[in-house]
Design a protein around this ligand. Structure first.
Ligand code: FES
Ligand code: FES
Length: 154
């Protein structure tokens, strides 16, 4: 089987893997980038969220063969002003509790603010509804997204 080629965090990546292997497995086990977490393995919790061509996807349920040629970004490869504003707001509002869900939360928040620079509470709740947090940091997450949106206006 020929290797699967794509871009991971801005660099070309050629993966010798079964096309059915979940993207999350390939990134964690083959590329050794462990910022994206395994939670449910069933597209229900969002812990594994990555961007594929700029859109948030559940990497535990995305076969790597289905995204050949795509640009994949994980928490390790986030860059740019939106991601900086989000990460600064997360620190300022002390969002994180145990941290397990937070790389997925940040990936979804960056995707939301990239498409919707001034989200309403409803926009936030709907964009973030697939990212669960066992520690219930939802109120701080929502506040941090508003804070990042405000910082991006300046
Ligand atoms: S681990 Fe992928 S959605 Fe839960
Ligand atoms: S911070 Fe603990 S699961 Fe979200």
């Amino acid at each position: 089987m020929p290797p699967i080629k794509l871009t991971l965090n801005g660099k070309p990546w050629s993966v010798d893997a079964d096309p059915d292997m979940p993207l999350l497995w390939a990134v964690r086990e083959i590329a050794g980038q462990t910022g994206s977490k395994f939670g449910c393995g069933a597209a229900q919790c969002g812990a594994c969220t990555m961007h594929v061509d700029g859109q948030p996807v559940r990497s535990c349920s995305t076969p790597i063969g289905s995204i050949a040629g795509s640009k994949v970004t994980t928490i390790e490869g986030l860059e740019g002003k939106v991601s900086k504003a989000v990460q600064d707001a997360w620190i300022k509002l002390d969002v994180v509790q145990c941290g397990y869900c937070q790389s997925g939360q940040i990936m979804s928040a960056v995707a939301l603010l990239t498409d919707t620079p001034k989200p309403t509470d409803q926009d936030i709740d709907s964009a973030m509804s697939g990212n669960l947090c066992r520690c219930s940091t939802y109120v701080r997450i929502r506040a941090a997204i508003h804070e990042a949106a405000k910082a991006l206006e300046i």
